[in-house]
Design a protein. Structure first.
Length: 227
């Protein structure tokens, strides 16, 4: 082994010059301080970080493990554990939620939109599993959509976003709000007034965008759907 007095590193193998500075190398000094200082890595050691893809694989594996475990519990307990189905559904929704959050983590409005849609879907599912009392259609869906629209405006204003960067969410929310007509039609919504009010508000907003901000809306939707 040799030693580079300039880089203060010990060089293994047969080298004629320092591989870092190309300078003259010497025999390794017997000084203990030199050995201790030269024992440090010549290059910085970077901390290993879990990539997004690896994180998704870990979450997916945990999801499958939990689903298999609770599936076994459900098979063993038969009719004595009706709650297991809800737990398995909750785990599945949680897995989808994590995937969505990882996919849209760089866009706060998109993240809130996805989370709001997931929340509506989860509440509708729970409502159906617990006897379909209609509270998810009558109250949860309308007020979540209302809050989502207000938060979108607040975040866009506070962040100074251009209209073409966020108006597509109002168009998408308007389309989603129209889905509330299905529970009303099939009499699954015992109090349809809140849903109808939210539908009307989004349609009025969408009409205003089409009349006064058509170019921004067109640009925003084209960017969103890669048209």
């Amino acid at each position: 082994m040799n030693y580079c007095p300039k880089c203060e590193i010990i060089i293994r193998g047969k080298k004629s010059c320092c591989p870092l500075c190309q300078g003259r190398i010497t025999d390794v000094p017997k000084d203990r301080a030199v050995w201790e200082s030269a024992s440090a890595d010549a290059f910085p050691v970077l901390d290993r970080k879990i990539s997004s893809f690896t994180f998704i694989k870990i979450v997916t594996f945990l999801f499958l493990a939990l689903e298999i475990s609770f599936g076994l519990v459900r098979w063993m307990m038969r009719e004595d554990a009706p709650w297991v189905g809800l737990v398995m559904a909750g785990i599945f929704v949680g897995w989808l939620d994590v995937l969505a959050a990882m996919y849209v983590r760089g866009n706060l409005i998109k993240l809130l939109t996805v989370e709001a849609y997931v929340a509506i879907a989860v509440n509708c599912f729970v409502d159906h599993m617990t006897g379909l009392h209609g509270w998810s259609y009558a109250w949860v869906a309308p007020f979540v959509l209302l809050g989502l629209g207000l938060l979108t405006i607040l975040i866009a204003t506070a962040s100074g976003l251009r209209r073409s960067e966020y108006v597509q969410y109002f168009a998408i929310n308007a389309g989603v709000s129209l889905l509330q007509l299905l529970p009303i039609k099939y009499e699954m919504n015992p109090v349809p007034l809140p849903a109808l009010i939210i539908i009307a508000l989004y349609l009025i907003l969408l009409s205003g965008l089409m009349v006064f901000r058509y170019r921004d809306l067109k640009t925003s939707l084209a960017r969103r759907f890669n048209v």
